[in-house]
Write a protein that binds this ligand. Structure first.
Ligand code: AMP
Ligand code: MG
Length: 479
């Protein structure tokens, strides 16, 4: 299918008018293509040749509206850093409609009813960050939104400096947020809460549609998916940075990539968002804050679902769902196939050791994947190898209970522990080049994002330790 033949549907517009606001396009000046993502194009059956179709830039810029599309911004509220904000919504995103189960959205496309005092635009740097990282997360096996492409322009925007505006076309199986439910709860519009829940079930939990208890079951699955998602974030060393309830997906996806980071040297308390002075959204707090967000969702759903039953499910999050999901993720990373009660302690000991070792999180697990009893390579990557040594002694003892040979374990671990993740300094270099008109690094990183577990000799330099001056630096929310 080519872009001209796309036919979209707009199921969200069947909801009450209060759920959205129709938008007018406000195109960028002198738009040009920065990158096109053929893997995302496949999801909506779009030809690879669309990369060179002039309509692609028009589609992203809002000057070509596909058949059936009807641009709109979605309304939502949310708790931001713990404080309720009753009026958020897509302040800079236009939803075009749905194709093959994917909701297409341009981010940075101009002001909407929900822009408040902001300009409705997005900087090239934040658009490239979202574009690349969402692709990386997908190939790391983590539920996420995707992105079809990205355009730059001559339109100026003011952030800390004057920058050029961009648009990224995001795709998601759902854009509904915990905060979408909060909006109707705090306005006491419980009938709309109900229709939103039915909409979400149809969109993201269709197997529940004919179930009498579908509302409660939907909530339970949101809790399950969130527990799994956060366990995977922790496992891969991802810090989201802005886990406000409006950035929490009802479908359990990673959404709204802002000042995120893949951890460099492991630091349990790492805070990637430098506006987050108290570390509410630090790496360490992610499982807890996800729980808090789920309790806010339960509160919002309480007029239509039994609070007691939701509370029971919430209790499971902390006692079993999250801890079990996390231990499963980590045991896979260290190549354990048998389950022993003592494994939780072994994982805890590992986290303490990594924290004390000053060792690159990704590099540690990739190197461990080759571990055959010889500890030299692991000593070499840690500033404090003594703690690594102590942990390896425990690990060696534990491996005795495994049936796998070293080779079997190694080949399995190499599929769990990526060689290539997109660290912020790598993305930043691609941004600097792109701002200068050279998009080759963006293309390279898009390729790396899609091949996290491969050995790619030509990209070996992207698999090393982060240069000291770039390690675990914070990012600003400005985007
Ligand atoms: P975020 O935390 O980046 O997901 O954004 C929080 C809220 O601010 C959302 O409602 C966004 O749509 C809105 N927002 C962020 N940046 C802008 C902008 N430049 N113009 C309009 N709205 C924005
Ligand atoms: Mg957001």
């Amino acid at each position: 299918m080519n872009i001209d033949n796309m036919i979209l549907q707009t199921p969200y517009l069947t909801l009450d008018e209060e759920f959205y606001n129709l938008t007018k396009s406000d195109p960028l000046e002198e738009p040009y293509l920065i990158s096109f993502n053929p893997n995302a194009a496949k999801l909506i059956n779009l030809d690879e040749e669309s990369a060179t179709d002039p309509l692609l830039v028009s589609l992203l810029n809002g000057t070509f509206i596909p058949k059936g599309a009807s641009p709109f911004a979605m309304c939502y509220a949310g708790h931001q850093f713990g404080h309720y904000n009753p009026w958020l919504g897509d302040g800079r995103a236009n939803n075009l409609g749905t194709l093959n189960g994917w909701n297409l959205q341009t981010k940075g496309s101009g002001e909407t009813l929900y822009s408040r005092s902001a300009d409705g635009r997005a900087a090239i740097r934040s658009s490239i960050r979202e574009y690349l990282m969402s692709e990386s997360m997908f190939h790391l096996g983590i539920a996420t939104t995707r992105a079809l492409g990205i355009i730059g322009s001559k339109t100026k925007i003011i952030r800390n400096t004057v920058e050029n505006a961009a648009v990224v076309m995001r795709m998601s199986t759902s854009w509904v947020r915990f905060g979408t439910f909060e909006y109707f709860y705090y306005r006491r519009e419980y009938d709309k809460l109900h229709s939103l829940a039915e909409y979400v079930i149809e969109e993201s939990y269709p197997h529940l549609q004919s179930d009498e208890d579908r509302l409660l079951k939907m909530f339970c699955e949101v809790v399950d998916r969130t527990a799994t998602l956060i366990a995977q974030w922790q496992g891969i060393g991802f810090n989201h940075g802005v886990m406000n309830t409006d950035n929490m997906s009802i479908a359990g996806l990673t959404i709204d990539y802002g000042p995120f980071a893949m951890m460099d040297d492991f630091n349990f308390g790492y805070i990637c968002n430098c506006s987050d002075t108290v570390g509410r959204y630090s790496y360490a707090e992610q499982p807890n804050v996800a729980y808090w967000n789920l309790t806010m969702l339960a509160k919002a759903l309480s007029p239509i679902i039994s609070k007691d039953k939701m509370d029971k499910k919430l209790e499971e999050y902390g006692t079993s769902l999250y801890p079990n999901a996390y231990i499963d993720v980590m045991c896979k990373k260290i190549g354990l196939t048998q389950k022993l009660d003592s494994d939780a302690q072994l994982v805890e000991d590992l986290i303490v050791a990594l924290h004390d070792a000053f060792v690159d999180y990704t590099l540690f697990f990739r190197t461990l994947s080759h571990y055959d009893g010889n500890r030299e390579d692991l000593y070499d990557i840690a500033m404090n190898p003594i703690v690594i040594d102590k942990w390896l002694a425990l690990y060696d003892k534990r491996l005795v209970f495994e049936e796998f040979t070293h080779e079997q374990r190694s080949s399995q671990m190499l599929q769990e522990n990526p060689k290539y993740v997109l660290k912020n300094h790598m993305i930043q270099e691609a941004i600097v080049l792109a701002e200068d008109g050279d998009f080759s690094r963006v293309e390279q990183l898009l390729y790396l994002a899609a091949h996290p577990y491969d050995e790619l000799p030509e990209f070996e330099h992207f698999a090393g330790d982060t240069p000291e001056e770039y390690k675990n630096i914070g990012l600003s929310c400005s985007s």
